[in-house]
Design a protein around this ligand. Sequence first.
Ligand code: ZN
Length: 73
Amino acid sequence: MMKLYLDFDPCQECNTMMAELSSPEMLFADQKKRADESAKFLRHLTYNHNEVVQAVMEDLPKQKRDQEFDFFK
Ligand SMILES: [Zn+2]
């Protein structure tokens, strides 16, 4: 998932949230807490960095096509 953010220039808020998401506390947090934090970050991206969300959406079908292509090789 994170590879999709390669061309993305994170703002201060992004940096804070990404640091929180990869912190040891979060890695050992329960599933719900991690899902909540991921959802918060995704919401921030949607409102503040919509071009990233667009890029992710455009990339997904392409990945699916690549997988199907592999399947038929
Ligand atoms: Zn941001």
